[in-house]
Ligand binder design. Structure first.
Ligand code: GAR
Length: 193
């Protein structure tokens, strides 16, 4: 079985979209793949309850319990390792990972970012896209490399920026597309083997 481990920090709506796609798209039958675990750096993350209800293993590893990024990432890796992941999926995981962690999972670590990379890496992407006068915005699924939000692009989704958009309305429109994009990108990755 190819185990997928998903890391979240909050709502987990992308994680939920992936879990539903795995069920509806019969990933176990078609690709021998399953979502094995959902881990959060925030114990209160709403997405943990969703995963638990689906019978998926969950764990919360609070970054606040660790003095350094290295120590947190070591604890995170220790929680991931028992699942022997074929793929580690960052889905709204809002921590910067250390080079050691990224290298450990090189080639099997992917992220979704709410902009059309290489435009707008980092935070406040929707506000920055509106302020820049962009006519389109979107989301990117990419491989994670040591440089933040810069790895090879696997897939993207594009939405219009409307004249009366606020960061919140644009974020909603992008997020709706993220829920189609991320499962599609993972299916593509599984299909390529
Ligand atoms: C998503 O829009 C995702 O692209 C973004 O956080 C949101 C998480 O929503 N990720 C980042 O900004 C990463 N830097 P979710 O928890 O409902 O999936």
């Amino acid at each position: 079985m190819k185990n997928i481990v998903i890391l979240i920090s909050g709502e987990g709506s992308n994680m939920a979209a992936i879990v539903r796609a795995a069920e509806q798209g019969r990933w176990a039958e078609r690709f021998g793949a399953r979502v094995a675990a959902v881990l959060s750096n925030r114990p209160e993350a709403a997405g943990l309850a969703f995963a638990r209800e689906r019978g998926i293993a969950t764990a919360a590893i609070s970054h606040k319990d660790f003095a350094t990024r290295e120590a947190f990432d070591a604890a995170l890796a220790a929680a991931i390792e028992p699942h022997a992941p074929a793929l580690v999926v960052l889905a709204g995981f809002m921590r910067i990972l250390t080079p050691g962690f990224v290298e450990r999972y090189a080639g099997r670590l992917i992220n979704i970012h709410p902009s059309l990379l290489p435009a707008f890496p980092g935070l406040n992407t929707h506000q920055r896209a509106i302020e820049a006068g962009c006519r389109v915005a979107g989301a990117t699924v990419h491989q994670v490399t040591v440089e933040l939000d810069h790895g090879p692009i696997l897939d993207q989704a594009v939405v219009p920026v409307l004249a009366d958009d606020t960061p919140a309305t644009l974020a909603d429109r992008v997020l709706t597309q993220e829920h189609r994009l991320y499962p599609r990108a993972i299916e593509g990755w599984l299909r390529r083997g």
